[in-house]
Design a protein around this ligand. Sequence first.
Ligand code: NAD
Length: 246
Amino acid sequence: MRNSILEAAEILKAAKYTIAFTGAGISAESGIPTYRGKGGVWLETNPKILELSFFLQNPEETWAQIRDKFYRYFGKITPNSAHYTLSNWQTKGFLCDIITQNIDHLHQDAGCHSVHEFHGTLHSLSCVHCGKQYKASTIDMHTLPFCTACSKRRNFLKPNFVFFGEGIPEKAYDASIKAAEKADVCIIIGTSGLVRPAATIPHFAHENGTKIIEINLEPSNYTDSISDVFLAGKATEILAQIDAVM
Ligand code: NAD
């Protein structure tokens, strides 16, 4: 296992097609708790409210909890320097795709493109009946929002993040697999690698010969299995150190 910034930079400089695979850890320094970390609101959440069938049957009862747990950061948080470093690398041609498990839209807010949101997004909602799309910023969140376009009775809106019992968005899934197939380097940032099927993407890339650079505060599921370089520390600091020698 290698663990030097210079080795990571050399691998990145020699790469023809680099992808990033990100998790909650990259947004932690923007102030959003991780999933399993201390204060992780998601762990305190009753998992039932994230089950698609429960939500569809009990939308009014579930909405207030979804709003309070998931939308409490919405519009109040901004990208941190780790998101901006990735955006900068895309501009310079060092980084192609970003596959993210995050639903917070911070990669795009930092100016990133080719962001494949494996677990969907908080940023928009859709009508459970007609599928009409709504930007979250245009919705009154106080009570369960309803579709203004279709005439069905229970035409409420569902956030476009992936609930338990719901498939991965097809477009994001296909784009992620394509990117992983093309990549000769994958940089994994701030994920425990425990949530499947997302967690299998770096393994899939590794099986195709992709080199793996990992950044995390602590070893993850990937560290001793597929990571070629493991850099321990905060995403903002490690990415800044790599950037300085690129
Ligand atoms: P996780 O909570 O399981 O793991 C987070 C990882 O990030 C840990 O390994 C931790 O050591 C690391 N980490 C924490 N702070 C870091 C930092 N400053 N720099 C580098 N690494 C850091 O999260 P996960 O693996 O992404 O899986 C959780 C699931 O929950 C995902 O599916 C995701 O959709 C969802 N989630 C999303 C958000 C978000 O959108 N910001 C937040 C929480 C959870």
